[in-house]
Write a protein that binds this ligand. Structure first.
Ligand code: KG4
Ligand code: ZN
Length: 333
């Protein structure tokens, strides 16, 4: 079964064709990062316009690379949320129009479910149930994934998402956008010498990263006021360790509590090598296995949306007539 997936929730226009939810025939990603870089973050209005400019060509490229025709497609799907409303509408309208014109079923996909499904593409043997930590630029979710389309949300961030914290600290340190890869690179040459707070580490399953962000910013202001120098690398490392300690501790604790043995990482921050290493190290002590997507599938892409759309379709978990929903939750998707 061939699924066409469209992703346009933020700053990537992406179209993919995926076979049986797991095999990628094409996954074209037109990134707008360079356009938004100079503003230090995504500008929604510019994002929508760039999606409109790119979408037709990206669709054409996806068909050319997969070497198939429109008729070969069985299901068409696009991200319906969460994301930027103007950006979502571009991909969703393109997908719904194609489905109507070609008389194919249409599935409106939850972007966060897409992030989880990226793992089914990269790890062919992976099947639910498992504990999933979704860490992206907009969300931090700790989930009990019971089945392909059945999720129990156990923890979420009360303020900033993990990726958002990376982006903000990167900006404060004068590093680039997106901040995650920049902080990760700087942290490799740094030491964890500043004792930043591990907020709520032993307290339930929700997260909070805003206090950590403020602690880092206040610390830097203090140093600057006292004319004390610091190494960006040490700040990056101390910040990153504080984030990862909390992510690892809560994920392992939940896996123990639920008596599961698989931990799945997803979302942009799961591209982080140190998070992967630390989670694997902690999981090993319990005999758990850790899964994550290949790097290109960690950040936004349409292959993961096509995979999610396939599983939604298979389980009948979809309606043809969907609208964009900027703050779509995962449990009610
Ligand atoms: O999942 P994603 O592509 O977009 C959203 O759905 O939000 O995630 C983007 C986020 C950004 O905040 C970016 O800084 C972060 O993922 N990110 C990373 C790394 N690569 C991307 N964070 C930490 N380490 C990385 N290597
Ligand atoms: Zn995303």
């Amino acid at each position: 079964m061939l699924t066409l997936g469209i992703e346009s929730s933020c700053d990537e226009t992406s179209v993919a064709i995926v076979k049986d939810g797991r095999e990628v025939l094409s996954n074209i990603i037109a990134s707008q990062i360079d356009v938004h870089k100079k503003y230090g973050g995504v500008v929604p209005e510019i994002a929508s316009r760039k999606h409109v400019e790119a979408i037709s060509q990206v669709i054409d490229e996806a068909f050319t690379e997969a070497n198939i025709s429109y008729d070969d497609i069985d299901i068409i799907c696009a991200t319906r949320g969460p994301g930027l409303i103007g950006a979502l509408l571009v991909g969703l309208s393109a997908g719904r129009t194609m489905a109507y014109a070609l008389d194919k079923p249409f599935v409106g996909v939850n972007h966060m479910m897409g992030h989880i499904c990226a793992n089914y593409i990269s790890n062919k043997e992976l099947e639910p149930p498992f504990i999933c930590l979704v860490v992206s630029g907009g969300h931090t979710y700790l989930l009990d994934v019971k089945d392909y389309t059945e999720f129990k949300l156990i923890g979420r961030t009360l303020d900033d998402a993990a990726g958002e914290a990376y982006d903000k600290i990167s900006r404060v340190l004068g590093l680039g956008y997106p901040g995650g890869p920049e902080i990760e690179k700087a942290a490799r040459n740094g030491k964890d010498i500043y004792d930043y707070p591990r907020v709520m580490i032993n307290d339930g399953y929700d997260f909070s990263f805003s206090g950590l962000k403020t602690a880092v910013i206040n610390h830097l202001h203090n140093l600057e006021q006292k004319n004390e120098t610091y190494r960006i690398e040490d700040v990056a490392r101390s910040f990153q360790d504080a984030v990862i300690d909390v992510l690892v501790e809560k994920t392992i604790r939940l896996t123990v509590e639920r008596n599961l043995d698989k931990i799945v990482l997803s979302g942009g921050v799961s591209a982080n090598g140190e998070l992967r290493r630390r989670m694997e190290e902690a999981a090993k002590e319990h005999g758990y296995k850790v899964y994550y997507p290949e790097k290109i599938l960690c950040t936004d892409n349409a292959a993961m949306i096509a995979s999610a759309g396939y599983y939604d379709y298979k389980t009948g978990n979809y309606e043809n007539n969907v609208t964009a929903k900027p703050n779509l939750g995962l449990e009610n998707s």
